[in-house]
Design a protein around this ligand. Structure first.
Ligand SMILES: Cc1ncc(COP(=O)(O)O)c(C=O)c1O
Length: 494
């Protein structure tokens, strides 16, 4: 039967609308743009300028306030920007973990370099398309430069490649996919991955997202310094091969989130080379300490990795939304991610030029690299290196001062800028120790000068201090030590 002709009302010619007015209400005039930016900038600058005086975290009463903000319907008409910015700056922003504050020593601190915020405004306001080289060649080139600087910093050879992701989780995901495509056949289910029991949970999550059952991730026990036990790793690989499985990937830690541990990366590199396994390093927290001599020594062997994750939104102090995956051989990323579309412009064959859509999961993407490029070009590497050295010193100083007290067990001395410890007065058993340390943590955080977090590992409840913000200096570590001492006295008094 021939296809039915569209009935009269469906013909395009019958749907041409009558003349209609252009709606320009989304187009701000130059004066309106300037007024909006200046107003926002005034609020931003006042906020950032007052960070040292702000609480390091404040989420008290946040649940009812959040509930009061629930709006079921999107508004049909507008509200003046000033009112909306007031809502953000007066209500929403203060009720947060203040990750940009100098007192934020929790989890892995952020920071948020101001020039990066300006870069993000420029990137969004000019809104260029950087998923393909052809659409914004010079901008893509600037971002590619930054990736190459990072690869050089990590000691990877010419021919290395990489891209900016939204963070470490997605960078770890792409690393696993690249390793899977490089080392396993299409039927990859017998593949097995190895990491220590200290690995960040995003690695196991990434393995599952990459198609592996959770049981395919072997968590190898760590030693008393929280580093992967190489003897147990070797044994596990042998046993898996005997079972007919296909070991293909080992993840080394360059700074764990729990205790800041750095695995013996040189030994892991040697093992992976001998066993022909892909060697991936999760350096999301520790990676940028490669800018320092001590960091280079601690992470020796990282330059032999097949892939490395760095998080500029951690060790380079950028605002959230900036991870980076580096690979030793750029072709491995392309093999894992390239996929054509007839509607796309031509991709680059010149090795100097990169199409990010060919080597990463995204097509459309924010122009992420600018947030790193602008501060790196404005300041040069020197201030970053000095800041990171200062953080290494501050963590050592905190550990030394705590150890001197006599009632503190430094369970994980800083290998980089993170230490884990607990108050362990004589005579207290495990459950009482946990309660005592929890009370100390709550009391320190209630003071608001610093914000710390806890963790549990190897059966011990620990307190952590992670120094990573460019705004954190000796005065804030002294405040942390004072508040810990006061909280410990109160807790001992009952
Ligand atoms: C060691 C490590 N790896 C990976 C991640 C995940 O990175 P992101 O939060 O940027 O996704 C983190 C986050 O803190 C981390 O500390």
């Amino acid at each position: 039967m021939p296809p039915a002709r569209p009935s009269e009302p469906d013909r395009v010619s019958s749907r041409i609308p009558p003349p209609f007015p252009a709606d320009t209400s989304l187009e701000l005039s130059a004066t309106e743009m300037e007024r909006l930016v200046l107003h926002a900038m005034k609020r931003i600058v006042a906020h950032v300028d007052s960070l040292p005086a702000q609480r390091a975290a404040d989420t008290e009463g946040a649940a009812p306030l959040s509930r009061a903000l629930i709006e079921r319907e999107a508004p049909e008409t507008g509200t003046p920007a000033e009112e909306l910015l007031d809502l953000l700056f007066d209500q929403a922003i203060p009720k947060s973990f203040n990750a940009a504050s100098p007192g934020y020593l929790a989890y892995i601190p952020g920071g948020g370099l101001f020039p990066s915020a300006v870069a993000e405004l420029v990137a969004a306001a000019t809104n260029r398309y950087t998923g393909v080289f052809a659409a914004a060649p010079l901008l893509v080139q600037l971002e590619t430069n930054v990736v190459r600087w990072f690869a050089r910093l990590a000691g990877l050879p010419e021919g290395a490649g990489g891209f900016f992701s939204s963070g470490g989780s997605l960078a770890n995901f792409s690393a696993i996919v690249a390793a899977r495509r490089d080392r396993l056949p299409e039927n990859f289910l017998p593949g097995v991955l190895y990491a220590s029991d200290q690995v960040h949970h995003c690695v196991s999550k990434a393995a599952v997202l990459a198609g592996f059952p959770a049981r395919s991730v072997r968590e190898i026990p760590s030693d008393e310094a929280f580093r992967i036990r190489l003897d147990l790793l070797e044994r596990s690989v042998v046993e898996d091969r005997q079972k007919g499985l296909s070991p293909f990937l080992v993840v080394g830690n360059a700074g764990t989130t729990n205790t800041g541990a750095v695995d013996d990366l040189a030994a892991l590199a040697g093992f992976c080379e001998r066993e022909r396994l892909w060697f991936h390093v999760d350096a999301a927290y520790g990676g940028f300490f490669l800018l320092t001599e001590r960091g280079k020594r601690t992470m020796a062997g990282i330059e032999r990795a097949d892939s490395i994750v760095l998080d500029p939104h951690k060790g380079l102090f950028l605002p959230y939304g900036s991870g980076c995956l580096l690979v030793r051989d750029a072709a491995t990323l392309r093999r894992a991610h390239a996929a054509g579309g007839v509607y796309l412009p031509g991709m680059q064959s010149d090795p100097d030029f990169v199409d990010f859509c060919e080597i990463s999961p995204e097509l459309s993407r924010p122009y992420r690299g600018l947030a790193a490029w602008l501060p790196l070009k404005m300041h040069g590497l020197g201030p970053f290196r000095r800041n990171l050295d200062e953080k290494l010193d501050l963590a050592l100083y905190a550990a030394h001062e705590l150890e001197r007290r006599g009632d503190v067990e430094i369970v994980a001395p800083p290998q980089l800028s993170l230490l884990a410890f607990r108050f362990a007065p004589k005579g207290l058993g495990e459950p009482a120790l946990e309660t005592r340390n929890r009370r100390i943590l709550d009391a320190v955080n209630a003071r608001g000068r610093v914000h710390l977090t806890a963790t549990t590992t190897k059966g011990k409840s620990l307190l952590r201090i992670c120094v990573l913000s460019f705004r954190t200096h000796r005065d804030r570590i002294d405040a942390a030590l004072e508040d810990l001492a006061a909280a410990a006295r109160e807790a001992a008094a009952g």
